[in-house]
Design a protein. Structure first.
Length: 127
């Protein structure tokens, strides 16, 4: 076999084995508070991670937030790294939510917004 053919075939096959550029996975955080005018309010959050597109992550996070019965959900953040979000526990005053790039920072952000009560364990993760 001709050495040039072998060399050319080897280079062609080596090109097939080259790594494919990884695409970033997307995540999103949605949160909302519905106030009822009589001092009562409801808070809800939703997170989505590992989506192929930013828009897909946004839709999934909004859907999760709305499952909590809140109509006023809005996207608070989109990310390709990590994202966490939490809400105040039932009975906390005022109702609140918090987010951050780590579970602890989301909890601390939520806790800083309430005067009485506590916050739930954050949800979310890394892409």
């Amino acid at each position: 076999m001709d050495k040039r053919l072998v060399l050319g075939l080897g280079l062609a096959l080596a090109g097939l084995a080259m790594p494919v550029e990884a695409r970033a996975a997307w995540g999103a955080i949605a949160a909302g508070i519905d106030e009822y005018g009589n001092g009562a309010a409801r808070v809800s959050v939703g997170s989505a991670i590992g989506h192929a597109t930013e828009e897909s992550a946004r839709r999934a996070a909004l859907a999760k937030c709305r499952e909590g019965g809140v109509k006023n959900c809005r996207i608070q953040s989109t990310f390709t790294g990590c994202g966490y979000v939490t809400v105040s526990r039932q009975g906390s005053r005022p109702v609140a939510w918090g987010m951050g790039p780590t579970s602890q920072s989301a909890y601390d952000n939520c806790y800083s917004r309430i005067r009485e009560g506590n916050c739930e364990k954050p949800i979310g993760g890394c892409n």
